[in-house]
Design a protein around this ligand. Structure first.
Ligand code: NDP
Length: 245
């Protein structure tokens, strides 16, 4: 059995990862996010289909360093060893030129996508060292490979994730921890609605003219990456909707 910690498991890609990994019989799930009620509903749905799946949910705001440290250092004893970390929690807020950008949005993106990922990783690594095949998966983005108009700060955070993934791979080589970046193009989740602050019409407009990916598409790829033998690491995967330029 491999224990996997998924951040941002309350919706979208994180939730799909929980469902897909639960459907394979060799994973135990540690699920966290701020909306713990959503995690509990997800746990109940998974248990309806896979009653033997072990799941532990807890509330976590990845931006809060002390909360992250406390939560990871106070996991129940039988959840204290972690094999896989999926650093998925993240968001984009606002799509504005720099002069019109909301500095609160910038803080939320930097604090979640960059600092949150760093905090969770820092406190998770000591729990991974005894694992047979430890693995960290970071959710990057096409926005970490290129930039697009008004994507400024979000693209910068995902470029930072790209750099951190490469740095982690070097730093963690001696510990035998695999590190992979999964970089999706457009995935239809709550991401777009969060970006446009609840404006559903603007959020849906983004997908006009193409079939976006869904969370399950990414989760199945992550399950494949995790299933490779110990000597094989997939360093970086760019996954796009076929029709996205
Ligand atoms: P969703 O909005 O559906 O999910 C985002 C998840 O992150 C939610 O579960 C949310 O949970 C969690 N989250 C946000 N802020 C925090 C926080 N401060 N602390 C803990 N959890 C937090 O979007 P996606 O599933 O699409 O996004 C997942 C990842 O994929 C992100 O890193 C995103 O940047 C990346 N990505 C998404 C793409 C897309 O087109 N959808 C494209 C490329 C990359 P809660 O609110 O309950 O805390």
């Amino acid at each position: 059995m491999r224990t996997v910690l998924i951040t941002g498991a309350s919706s979208g890609i994180g939730e799909a990862c929980a469902r897909v990994l639960a459907s394979e019989s060799n994973y135990r799930l540690l699920l966290c996010a701020r909306r713990v009620n959503r995690l509990e509903k997800l746990r109940d749905r998974i248990l309806d289909s896979y009653p033997d799946c072990e799941i532990f949910c807890f509330e976590l705001d990845v931006r809060e360093r002390e909360q992250v440290e406390m939560a990871l250092n106070n996991l129940p004893a039988d959840w204290n060893s972690i094999d896989i970390l999926i650093n998925n929690a993240g968001l984009s807020q606002g799509l504005e030129s720099l002069e019109n950008g909301d500095t609160g949005d910038w803080d939320r993106m930097i604090d979640t996508n960059v600092k949150g990922l760093l905090y969770v990783t820092k406190y998770c690594i000591p729990k991974m060292v005894n694992s047979g095949m430890p693995h960290i998966i970071n959710l990057g983005s096409i926005a970490g490979k290129e930039v697009y108009p008004k994507g400024n700060v979000y693209c910068a955070t995902k470029h930072a994730v790209d750099a951190l993934t490469q740095a982690m791979r070097i730093d963690l080589l001696e510990k035998g921890i695999k590190v992979t970046s999964i970089d999706p193009g457009m995935v239809e989740t709550e991401f777009s609605e969060v970006r446009f602050k609840g404006d559903k019409e603007r959020a849906q407009d983004v997908y006009k003219g193409l079939t976006p990916l869904c969370g399950q598409d990414i989760a199945e790829i992550i399950a494949f990456v995790l299933s490779r033998p110990a000597h094989v690491n997939i360093n970086d995967l760019l996954v796009m909707p076929t029709a996205q330029a």
